[in-house]
Ligand binder design. Structure first.
Ligand SMILES: Cc1ncc(COP(=O)(O)O)c(C=O)c1O
Length: 476
C-alpha cells in the first residue's frame, strides 16, 4: 500500500508530477465545463429529440421505464445536474442517497482518476488490493472499534443485509424468525423483500421467512406508543422463545417515512432483546453518513447494543460490521466482487471528508442544514396553509412538527395531509420544475429529500423550497 496520502492507492512509481499535471489538466477542463451550470434550466427542444431514443430504448430493454424519464448527461456541479435533454435540475434525491457530495466534486473525481490508474477495475474476495483493506479499516475505526471488530464488504445494501442475516442465523443456531418494525425496508433480494413491510415488494414471492413486526414510535403519543411496542416485543419473545435470529431495525426509517425515535424508545427494546439473547442489528444503509453523526447509533448513543451494523449508499461500497462473538465460520460469507477500485477509494475519501469536516454534532453542518430546511418549510406553511391540512386534527392546518420530519440530510415534507393521490403526482411536477425528489411512507405519504449534504448550501435549499412552493401554488 502506498503511504503517500496525496495519491491514495496509487502504485508508488506512478505518484509523480506527470500524473499530477495530467490529472490537473483533466480537472481544469471539467471545472470549465461546470461553469455553464448556474441554476435550473428547462430542456432544449433539439436535445429532447436526440435524448429520447436512448431513454426509450433502455425502457424497452428493461421492460419498464426509469422512474424519472430523464438521464444524466455526465456533468454536474454540486447540487445541480445536467440532463441529456439539456435541462439542469437540482438533485435532492441523489440516486436515493448515493451522491452525498453532489455531482462533479473535483476532489472525488481526482480520487477516482487516481483509482483508475490501478491494475484492476474490480476487487474481489479471492484477491484484492490494499484499497479494500484501507476502506475496511476506516469503517471499523469510525464505527465502534472496541465492539464491532469485523467488517465484510460487498456491493449492495441488500447483500450487506443478507450477510448480516446469515451471520445472525448462524450465531443463533439456525433461528428462523426475524424481529423488526412495521414499514421497514431492507432491500430487494428474495429474503429482504419478505422482511420489508411492503406488499408490493414481495408480490408473487413465496414466503419462507417468518417476520414479526413491531409498531414504530409515534411522536403524537410517545409514552403510549413506547408501551405498546414493548408489550408487542414481549409477546413475540414469549410466543417464540429462542426462535429469533435477530432484532433488525432502521434507527431512522427510510422508505417507511423518515420516521425517527428518541433514545428512550430504543433502550427498553434493546435491553429486552439482549436479555433474550437476540442479536441486535442496526440497518444504516440509508442513514449512514447523513444524520448528526456518521452512524445514527452513535447519534443516539447506542453503540453498546450494536451486534451487527449494515451500511451503504453514500459509502459507495456497502458493508456489514459485527462483533467478534458473531464472526461466522469459514464458508458463510464470500462473493466474487467487493467493489470497484474507484468506489473503494471514493467511498473512503467521502468518509474521511465527512469525519474531518464539521458535518456532525448537534450544531454541525447536517444539523444546521436540517434547521434551514425546517425554517423554510415553516415559510411554506405560512404562505400556503391550505396545502398543509393536519393529518391528526381534521379541518385544521398542520403544525410544523407534523409537516417536517427526518434528521440531518434526511429531510421530509408532508403536504396535503400525506394523501398519496395528491403527494405522489407532485414528484413529476417538481421534476418538470427542476427538482428531483421522491416520496417515502406507505400512508401517510411524504416528499422525501436526500440532498447532497457534503456540498449543500443554504442557497440550494432556498432555491428548491421556492420551487416546491410554486408547484404547490399551481396545484391548489
Ligand atoms: C434501510 C435500507 N436497507 C437496505 C437497502 C437496500 O440497499 P440496496 O438498494 O443498495 O440494495 C436500502 C435501500 O434503499 C435501505 O434503505
Amino acid at each position: 500500500m502506498t503511504t503517500d496520502s496525496t495519491h491514495p492507492g496509487l502504485y508508488p512509481a506512478l505518484a509523480n508530477s506527470e500524473t499530477d499535471s495530467a490529472i490537473a489538466s483533466i480537472l481544469a477542463q471539467i471545472d470549465q465545463a461546470q461553469q455553464t451550470l448556474t441554476g435550473v434550466k428547462g430542456p432544449d427542444p433539439d436535445l429532447i429529440a436526440s435524448s429520447e431514443p436512448c431513454i426509450d430504448q433502455f425502457a424497452r430493454e428493461r421492460g419498464r421505464g426509469l422512474f424519472f424519464p430523464v438521464m444524466g448527461a455526465g456533468l454536474g456541479r454540486g447540487a445541480l445536474v445536467a440532463m441529456t435533454d439539456g435541462s439542469v435540475k437540482y438533485d435532492f434525491i441523489t440516486g436515493i442517497g448515493v451522491h452525498s457530495f453532489g455531482h462533479g466534486d473535483l476532489d472525488l473525481i481526482r480520487t477516482a482518476l487516481l483509482a483508475s490508474m490501478s491494475d484492476a477495475v474490480m476487487q474481489g474476495n479471492l484477491q484484492c488490493n490494499a484499497d479494500a483493506a484501507a476502506f475496511s479499516a476506516l469503517l471499523v475505526e469510525s464505527a465502534a472499534p472496541d465492539r464491532l471488530k469485523h467488517c465484510f464488504l460487498t456491493n449492495s445494501g441488500a447483500l450487506s443485509n443478507e450477510n448480516a442475516l446469515k451471520i445472525c442465523m448462524q450465531h443463533t443456531g439456525g433461528a428462523a424468525r426475524v424481529l423488526t418494525f412495521e414499514h421497514c425496508f431492507a432491500g430487494r433480494t428474495t429474503t429482504m423483500c419478505q422482511i420489508g413491510d411492503s406488499a408490493g415488494g414481495r408480490q408473487g414471492i413465496p414466503l419462507n421467512t417468518d417476520v414479526d413486526y413491531l409498531p414504530f414510535y409515534d411522536q403524537q403519543d410517545p409514552e403510549g406508543s413506547t408501551a405498546r411496542t414493548i408489550a408487542c416485543l414481549d409477546e413475540f419473545l414469549r410466543r417464540y422463545p429462542s426462535q429469533h435470529s435477530c432484532f433488525m431495525m432502521e434507527l431512522v426509517q427510510g422508505e417507511g417515512g423518515f420516521n425517527t425515535a428518541p433514545r428512550e424508545f430504543w433502550i427498553p427494546l434493546l435491553e429486552r432483546a439482549r436479555e433474550a439473547g437476540v442479536p441486535i442489528w442496526f440497518d444504516e444503509v440509508q442513514s449512514f453518513g447523513r444524520t448528526e453523526e456518521l452512524f445514527q447509533f452513535q447519534a443516539l448513543d447506542l453503540a453498546e447494543y450494536a451486534d451487527v451494523v449494515t451500511l451503504g449508499k453514500m459509502s459507495q461500497v456497502c458493508a456489514t460490521l459485527y462483533t467478534e462473538a458473531l464472526n461466522p465460520k469459514p464458508g458463510l460469507l464470500s462473493a466474487t466482487f467487493i467493489g470497484s477500485t474507484a468506489a473503494l477509494q471514493v467511498g473512503r475519501r467521502i468518509i474521511e471528508r465527512l469525519r474531518s469536516g464539521d458535518s456532525y454534532g448537534s450544531d454541525g453542518r447536517h444539523a444546521r442544514l436540517h434547521a434551514t430546511f425546517r425554517r423554510l418549510a415553516g415559510t411554506l406553511l405560512e404562505a400556503h396553509p391550505e396545502c398543509f391540512p393536519s393529518m391528526f386534527n381534521p379541518g385544521q392546518t398542520a403544525d410544523l412538527d407534523e409537516i417536517v420530519g427526518g434528521t440531518g440530510g434526511m429531510m421530509r415534507l408532508t403536504p396535503y395531509g400525506g394523501e398519496g393521490s395528491r403527494v405522489k403526482p407532485l414528484i413529476m411536477r417538481l421534476l418538470d420544475a427542476g427538482v428531483m425528489a421522491f416520496t417515502c411512507g406507505h400512508g401517510p405519504f411524504h416528499l422525501r429529500f436526500l440532498p447532497p449534504v457534503g456540498v449543500l448550501q443554504d442557497a440550494d435549499i432556498e432555491a428548491v423550497m421556492e420551487i416546491v412552493g410554486s408547484v404547490l401554488e399551481d396545484e391548489s
